[in-house]
Write a protein that binds this ligand. Structure first.
Ligand code: SF4
Length: 345
């Protein structure tokens, strides 16, 4: 029988497990620190923890080995894509993005994705399985190493829909932010969803301090239904309602992501439609020009000129709007391109 991976436990869960082993809570912080800050790869590596206790832990729990990793580096902008293969063969990708003096990591929450968005390479793969907290944290640790030991922000915008694996993503956030763990501020973590309404509301009611990004994709309901099957489950009206609830409860701004497709949603009228949806929300908009995916010829990228025109309309109406420069397109590391393959060299 497979043993649970002790790296999947939050500090509170670890405390419960240790008390169940008849131990007092005093060793919790030390063990947690070994697991997450020092990156112990075995119980034997936990210097200073009594051998008898290490053996007790090893009898009940596992520390899975680090996943195998392949790396690609963009020749255009130095973006790094890491392809992880976990012990059962499941694959996921993490990306390190550099911007002047800062570095951010884009992490995957699932191997594949069940949402099936028609413009996304991950969606075309279908769903393989949820990633465990330890597998998400392994991506973080590897991305941080590749970034030279320091990351300024983390986004859950890689493979998978984080709110369909919320229990594990939430735990990984708690371990990342724990001051005995990675001590990475929650305010620097953004979780992006295609619009899983009940979890947006749960997040609003939670005490988590992470940021919310909602991938609206487009502002037209019928068009959205063509682009993501999830539109049939949650309407734009429900998604905007949940985003408003999140803003009201947390007083934090919501980031809306809009993908600009050529001839589909790239006119001034489309910008006004978007404006009508979000005008009374505290929010920011990222306009992302569609990134073609290998084998997908259905959509074409919108032009920078048209995207700038849309940006102007939104900005003039008082909405902070950023036209996102995509990175890592030459190594299939840009938004929507992650397909759990090594990608071009
Ligand atoms: S865009 Fe996001 S939610 Fe949609 S298929 Fe791709 S990974 Fe899944």
């Amino acid at each position: 029988m497979t043993k649970p991976d002790i790296r999947d436990f939050t500090r509170q869960e670890l405390a419960g497990a240790m008390i169940a082993l008849g131990e007092k809570g005093s060793r919790i912080d030390r063990i947690f620190n070994f697991l997450h800050r020092k990156g112990a790869e075995s119980f034997a590596a936990m210097d200073g923890v009594q051998e008898e206790f290490r053996n007790k832990l090893a009898a009940r729990y596992d520390i899975a080995p680090a996943p195998a990793m392949e790396k690609r580096v963009s020749k255009i902008d130095k973006t790094i894509k890491l392809l992880f293969t976990f012990s059962d063969g499941a694959k996921a990708e993490g990306v390190v993005l550099f911007n002047k003096e800062t570095a951010s990591a884009c992490l995957s929450s699932q191997a594949g994705c069940a949402c099936g968005c028609t413009f996304c390479a991950t969606g075309a793969l279908g769903f393989k399985r949820d990633l465990k907290p330890s597998e998400i944290l392994a991506q973080f640790a590897a991305c941080r190493r590749e970034a030279g030991g320091k990351l300024d922000s983390v986004v859950f915008m890689g493979m998978g829909e984080p709110f369909l694996n919320w229990a594990n993503v939430r735990k990984s956030v708690l371990i990342l932010a724990d001051n005995k763990g990675y001590n990475f501020p929650q305010s620097k973590i953004t979780v992006s969803t295609v619009g899983i309404v009940p979890v947006i509301r749960d997040l609003a009611d939670s005490r988590l301090g992470i940021r919310l990004a909602v991938s609206l994709i487009t502002a037209d309901e019928a068009q959205r239904a063509e682009l993501t099957p999830m539109a049939k489950k949650y309407s734009l009206r429900e998604i905007i309602g949940a985003a408003r609830y999140y803003g009201d409860r947390t007083k934090r701004s919501v980031l809306f992501e809009y993908i600009v497709f050529d001839g589909l949603n790239d006119t001034p009228e489309d910008a006004k439609k978007l404006l009508a949806l979000i005008k009374d929300l505290i929010c920011k908009v990222n306009l992302i020009i569609y990134n073609p995916v290998p084998g997908g010829a259905v959509y074409k990228p919108g032009s920078v000129e048209k995207a700038k025109e849309m940006q102007k309309i939104l900005v003039e109406a008082g909405v902070r709007t950023h036209l996102r420069r995509e990175k890592g397109a030459d190594i299939a590391a840009a938004c929507g391109q992650l397909a759990a393959g090594p990608g071009p060299l």
